[in-house]
Design a protein around this ligand. Sequence first.
Ligand SMILES: [Zn+2]
Length: 543
Amino acid sequence: MNQPRPSDDDRPVLVLGPNPTPNGGMHLGHIAGPYLAGDVYARYQRARGRQTVFSTGTDDSQTFVVASAARQGGDPQELCDTSTQLIRDALQAIGISVDGFGPFDETYRETVLTYFRELHAAGKFRLKTVRLPYLERTGEFIVEGLVEGECPVCLATCRGGLCETCCHPNNFDELINPHSTIDPNDVPTTREATILVLPMEEYREELTAYHERWAPYWRPHMVQMVRDVLSRPLADLPITYPLSWGMAAPFPETPGQVLNAWLELIPAGMYTSSYAAASTGRDIEPGRLWLPQENTRIVHFLGFDNAYFFALTHMALLMAHGDRYVRPEWVLTNEFYELESEKFSTSKRHVLSVQDILAEVPRDLVRLYLALTAPEYQRTTFTRTGLAKVIGDRLVGPWNRLAETLGKAVANGGSSPLPVSAVGRSRAATMLERFDFNYEMPNYSMNRSADAILTQIGRLGKLAAELDGRGLDAEPEAWGDLFLQVGALLALSAPILIDLSAAAVDAGGFDGVLAPGAFETADVAPFAPPLLPRLAPESTGGR
Ligand SMILES: [Zn+2]
């Protein structure tokens, strides 16, 4: 089996962030997870000249919406509507470059229903009578986000269906000591319900082969989780639930039931990707990018807490469709991001929304710090003192000194092209190679990309300090080498420092394209690099 070589892989790329649940706005923990990771990756793919579609949307069918609305004393649909707008605004404000944010509309619904109708018609589902948590007081079943208890696998507190700590499923009546998430004093009994399930065991061989194919390239925590899940009997996957919120299941055997909301996410991705493709000038039907003949490289970014669904159940459903659709190739997980060493919690008001931090700190600075500290392999934390220190000491201070030195030389020395030496070209090529390593699969890492930006600012700052005060005429080649490398750094920082790079394109620093050989040039036009905005003093003191 050949090792994947994505650096040479110019196939079209489909990048997906998981559809956020519209039960509130977006905090920094959400952004530092899959959305910034997807954005930086998509921006790099576009800069490499690859046909790229990056999309997401909301998953309004989730029971978490009902539970959140009930706790707030509001209406679920209103919560969906206000939250969807907050989410869209947050993504836009921090520069998450989705090509389209698929609305939860009729085409969404029809795409999801078609996906499941086809599996139903092909006889992939089975009727199964199970016991589900039931509230005698209200006469309602409570599953998924409506019920909380202890995980039967790791004993952590978790919701129904999935434990976000160990990422194992808990189905039907398996939660220990369950209670309602709307009123913790409401303790359910169980009642029988006849629902449709997908027998996951029938996909064991295919799932195992798929995971072993990709295990060397995925992040270790997910690989460990998948192997752990596969080492046990695979739980039947509920396709329908007897609930009043969600999309009505179109099956005669389960009247009045709805589809398991989690399972909408793959057809939802098929819909949002076609919706997003339209904004890139491609009018395609939902699911088109998932057909083998499209030869698409599908890349999923998601939180570890959702990994069971994306790595196992969603794959089994795709496999149940036979060879009709391709499977995602890269499924990259992130761990939890904390705020000042404590979990983000909207209910405890321990939260920092995207809009709140951007009111204080310019977004390039936020993006760099989030990229540097994103929880790629383990839980990490956002701290205000950390932000102020990194941004002040390693980013804004050194960059602005470097940019001012170059700006001064341009102001005194004119704009005639400067010669570049073989050494200068070699250094820029080394930078390109190293950033490509960090931005591409299988090594993709925002942490290392952000650190590389800071490292290169430090290195080029020293070169600039040595040349400071000497005219462009006196040392044309040394200046030429420096301008080439600063231009390369701006180009290579562009997926993270989006406003700085846009200003640099305007200043003539680079053309925004990162094809191999991009810095093979005999001369370079000097330019005054843009400055980074400074952090306001009140943001630096911590609180
Ligand atoms: Zn668990």
